[in-house]
Design a protein. Structure first.
Lengths: 116, 541
């Protein structure tokens, strides 16, 4: 089976680089992106199997990332990571608080890929 | 023998010596035809000794001075008379020391009006009462001595003791409490002023009391003594004032005894009386003035302390507002560190680690650790309670610090910052933490005021520029709600706020900080949207 392709979107370079390393260490291939716009632009090239998305991106308002994507007709398996305390929301997506432990993150990715 | 005991014995020996000199000086300082001293220095010394020692040690003080008194008096007076005097002096000084203890409070610093008034009143009342019991007064009343009438004898004894208690005791007590510490603490500027005051006092003293009798033709010239005395009282406190008074008393006594100065034309009796009245009338107002000034200085300094506490408290409150954003800011490097470490560990576990990748992972971890440490250090130095520290500072560094502290919050608010911070702007004289507090507060207000502004239009412009030759201007411009119409300057009033949370102290404290820096903080609405705040600070160059 081909290794899963994960897009990591975080405006903080150090975070997206580190998470990319982590995913690659677990045998996944990754693409690191700085903004939601960059994610949309990258979709034409290759559609990721899963997106790890920081909640607070400069170009999306507040918590409405998935709404923002949906408006553009994009439905993707999303894992939302957040450094904010007020991110308790009833999302259909997985929301993980920063810092994220590798077992939690990898399990969440596998779960999504298995169609869970 | 313990060091403590040695110093106690040395203290008592010094007391005996001082008291002996005081008695002999008092005895020698009598004008012709007088058997009563002009100023009975010994009682001033004894009262000071009692005020400087705990009651438990009073018996020692009284015993030593009694023995010394007899030894010093015997050449001039019979034993019974010396013993009688000891009884009277002990009564006067112990009563007065107890009264001061009870009503003025010890240590006697003469730095409150209460202490000066209690000291002066007690001296007048007690010395007046006790004088009735002295040998010379009682024996005059009984017709056993005929130099004076009883009332004149009483007045002379009372005056002699008043002069001692008002002039001698304060000087010994105040110097005895502080030693030379006040001189060591003086800045070189204060020292220079002290020297100038001493020179003025001595010159005026010598002009008035050391230049022949012509001065007696111009009695108003005696007023010349007041400017340097007032100067001493205002600038040198109770210690300086009481020392200056004693200095003037000494110069005037020296001149009058040498047949110089304004009192020479009078009879001996009037001369002494004039001298004593001159001293006594000078001392109370001058000591009182010094106390009033000291009270005011203390009130002012406690106000300054209070203001510092308030500034600190508002900094802590601001840090509280920032805490959510700062927690996020710290979670970023922590997230990166954790993921990097776990990635490295996984690579090692799977045997797929190469040295180059591990090295760059470790480098990143170290860098992110330093970044987190910087965030904490910056916050820590912002909230730390500290003494103000004024120095030459670069305003652009202040703005950068404030921007770093608010970075997380600004990012979260979707505000874009446009900073124009040229490095060639002159430095300003100020306290960097206080100025960061001002700038930070203005930035937070600006961000908050833009909550209703569409995200793409939330812009914060921060600019510093040389205003003219003397000032540097910091401009903070937002695209927010602006200042409340009709109340644009009220935003600087304490407790005025348009926010749902917050005390309304930020701008009031900001303005008081800038004003204390010799600058100006103002705010106005923009032509279009938002408000602009300007901080003008004096350039150092």
């Amino acid at each position: 089976m081909e290794s899963p392709y994960i897009a990591i979107v975080d405006d903080d370079r150090s975070v997206r680089v580190a998470m990319g390393r982590l995913c690659r260490a677990y045998g996944m291939s990754t693409r690191e992106l700085a903004s939601a716009h960059a994610l949309v632009d990258s979709l034409a090239e290759r559609r990721p199997d899963c997106v790890i998305l920081d909640l607070q991106l400069p170009d999306c308002e507040g918590l409405d990332v998935d709404e923002w994507l949906r408006q553009r007709g994009i439905e993707l398996p999303l894992i939302i990571i957040t450094g904010r305390d007020d991110a308790k929301r009833s999302s259909e997506h997985v929301v993980l608080p920063k810092p994220v432990d590798d077992t939690t993150l990898i399990a969440a990715i596998r779960n999504l890929l298995d169609g869970g | 023998m313990s060091k403590n005991r040695v110093s106690r014995i040395a203290w008592l020996a010094a007391l005996a010596l001082g008291y002996y000199i005081a008695v002999r000086l008092g005895l020698s300082f009598r004008f012709q035809n007088s058997i009563i001293g002009v100023v009975w220095i010994a009682n001033g010394v004894l009262l000071a000794a009692l005020l400087l020692t705990p009651i438990a040690r009073w018996p020692w003080v009284l015993a030593i001075t009694a023995v010394t008194h007899v030894a010093a008096m015997l050449p001039d007076a019979p034993l019974w008379r010396a013993l009688w005097q000891i009884g009277i002096n002990t009564t006067l000084t112990t009563t007065m020391a107890l009264v001061l203890r009870r009503f003025a409070g010890l240590p006697l610093t003469l730095s409150t009006r209460r202490q000066v008034l209690v000291h002066t009143t007690a001296a007048f009342v007690l010395a007046a009462l006790v004088a009735w019991g002295t040998p010379v007064v009682v024996r005059s009343a009984l017709g056993l001595e005929s130099t004076y009438t009883p009332v004149v004898a009483w007045l002379r004894v009372a005056l002699s003791n008043w002069a001692a208690l008002l002039l001698i005791t304060p000087v010994i007590v105040l110097w005895g409490q502080h030693g030379l510490a006040p001189l060591e603490r003086m800045t070189s500027r204060a020292m220079l002023e002290g020297v100038a005051i001493v020179i003025c006092l001595l010159s005026v003293g010598f002009v008035l009391f050391g230049t022949g009798s012509e001065i007696a033709r111009f009695p108003a010239l005696l007023m010349l003594i007041f400017p340097p005395l007032l100067w001493a009282a205002v600038r040198l406190g109770p210690l300086g004032a009481s020392t200056a008074l004693l200095g003037i008393a000494a110069v005037s006594a020296w001149g009058t005894a040498g047949q110089l100065g304004p009192f020479v034309g009078f009879s001996d009796a009037t001369k002494v009386l004039s001298l004593q009245l001159f001293w006594i009338t000078m001392s109370t107002p001058i000591l009182l003035l010094a106390a009033v000034i000291r009270e005011r200085e203390l009130a002012e300094s406690s106000l300054v302390t209070l203001r510092q506490h308030l500034m600190h408290a508002t900094r802590v409150a601001t840090a509280g507002e920032l805490s959510g954003a700062l927690a996020h800011e710290l979670r970023q490097p922590l997230t990166a560190i954790l993921s990097n470490a776990q990635a490295a560990r996984t690579l090692l576990d799977r045997g797929s680690a190469d040295a180059g990748e591990l090295r760059s992972i470790l480098d990143d971890i170290a860098q992110q650790d330093r970044y987190a440490a910087d965030v904490i250090t910056r916050l820590r130095s912002f909230v730390q309670e500290r003494e103000p520290h004024f120095e030459r500072i670069a305003l652009d560094a202040v703005v950068r610090d404030a921007l770093a502290l608010t970075k997380a919050l600004i990012d979260r608010s979707g505000v874009s910052v446009e900073a124009d911070l040229p490095a060639d702007v002159p430095q300003v004289w100020g306290d960097s933490v206080q100025l960061v507090q001002v700038v930070l507060n203005l930035m937070l207000n600006a961000c908050e005021s833009m909550n209703h502004t569409p995200v793409g239009e939330r812009r914060l412009r921060v600019q510093i520029a040389r205003n003219d030759t003397h000032f540097v201007e910091l401009v903070i411009e937002d695209r927010g709600d602006g200042l409340p119409l009709g109340a644009q300057d009220r935003v600087f009033e304490p407790f005025f706020t348009t926010k749902e949370t917050g005390l309304g102290l930020g701008l009031a404290i900001g303005r008081s900080i800038v004003t204390a820096h010799g600058g100006r903080l103002s705010g106005e609405n923009n032509e279009g949207r938002g408000a602009t705040f300007r901080v003008l600070l004096r350039a150092t160059a």
